[in-house]
Write a protein that binds this ligand. Structure first.
Ligand SMILES: Cc1cc2nc3c(=O)[nH]c(=O)nc-3n(C[C@H](O)[C@H](O)[C@H](O)COP(=O)(O)O)c2cc1C
Length: 336
């Protein structure tokens, strides 16, 4: 018997799809979503997702085994579609009988969805537009995450509330859709569930849980920050593309702007060609998330965080965060 009957009822489809008690995914966060946090989320009744990021197949193999050693509950693996060894990573997931694979970072390459379904796993996809969402769901995607620009990490240009209004009425009757981006409390979860979502995905709210291995200084930066500190990176020059990333502003974000101006100047003076210029911009943040999360370099590293960071004020066990979210949602629904 659940303590959250109204929320559980609205989450029913998501819970069945994920095979867990609460249809709350902890979105994969590179360096943060490893064995400890992922197993803690799943053990607390949510759905943890390993962030494969740039891991080699060997490292992913170990990470899945170590996660499984810490939980007997289901969890997923997030693979970045442009990883050069994507198909080897899929093979590692197959070897371990991973139940859910999340494909992130772009349109899944030919054959990848099929390769995942072949070993019986469910495929969760992201889509920035409704047309693409419909196409991916038609071509094998089993569930969809819609993620608004309030989120931490790489973002699109549209807010969660607008995506939810556009996608949910069109898709939620027939498909499992999870809403992500800017969710910090259960009242918001209740609203998206009422709009037809099968569940939600949060990242920022879980990043500094007690079980997260993130460096204490990374966590402190989160506890101090308010919503407006989590800024999207800005592209300075139309010739030098920047994929927006939402992160806490620091010395690194200021230097990134300066770097773009510097490189644009070199281009104007023909000191570098376009390829070299774009490479210099692309390489600026290489390794920066690791520097912040693992080394605790909060000045020069990338402090990826969503706008809900203002609601992250202290280190709490995952089980407490999960219970707070579910209670807030339940209270909101009960008070309707
Ligand atoms: C520190 C950090 C790292 C992230 N890394 C990834 C990643 O490697 N792959 C991915 O698909 N999403 C990544 N995300 C996005 C999360 O999976 C999740 O969708 C997002 O945090 C949800 O929005 P919220 O931050 O507003 O809760 C990251 C987010 C954060 C905060």
């Amino acid at each position: 018997m659940t303590s959250y009957p109204k929320t559980a009822a609205l989450m029913q489809r998501g819970r069945e799809f994920l095979g867990c008690e609460h249809a709350i995914l902890c979105g994969a966060m590179s360096w943060v979503s490893e064995r400890n946090l992922v197993s803690a989320i799943s053990n607390a009744g949510g759905f943890g997702v390993i962030a494969c990021g740039a891991m080699t197949p060997e490292l992913l193999d170990t990470e899945i085994a170590e996660t499984r050693a810490r939980t007997d509950k289901p969890f997923g693996v997030n693979l970045i579609t442009m990883h050069p060894q994507l198909f080897d990573l899929i093979a590692v997931c197959s070897k371990h009988g991973v139940s859910h694979v999340v494909l992130a970072g772009g349109i899944p390459p030919k054959g990848s969805v099929e390769a995942i379904k072949e070993f019986g796993a469910k495929v969760i996809v992201f889509a920035p537009t409704l047309a693409l969402a419909k196409k991916l769901l038609r071509s094998g995607g089993d569930a969809l995450v819609i993620e608004g620009m309030e989120a931490g990490g790489h973002i699109g240009p549209v807010s969660t509330s607008v995506l939810a209004q556009e996608f949910l009425p069109a898709l939620a009757d027939d498909h499992v859709v999870f809403v992500a981006g800017g969710i910090g409390r259960g009242e918001a979860i209740a609203s998206y569930l009422e709009m037809g979502a099968s569940g939600v995905q949060l990242g920022t709210r879980f990043a500094c849980a007690s079980e997260s291995i993130a460096h204490p200084d990374f966590k402190k930066a989160f506890f101090r920050a308010i919503a407006r500190d989590a800024e999207a990176s800005v592209q300075v020059d139309p010739r030098l593309p920047v994929i927006p990333v939402r992160a806490l502003k620091n010395k690194g974000t200021e230097e990134f702007t300066a770097k773009q101006i510097e490189v644009a100047g070199k281009l104007d003076r023909e000191e570098v060609d376009m390829g070299e210029a774009q490479l210099q911009i692309e390489h600026f943040w290489a390794g920066a998330l690791r520097r912040a999360v693992i080394d605790g370099d909060v000045e020069n590293g990338s402090l990826m965080a969503g706008q809900s960071v203002g609601m992250v004020t202290q280190e709490e066990p995952v089980a407490d965060i999960m219970a707070a979210l579910m209670s807030e949602s339940e209270a909101a629904l009960t008070g309707r």
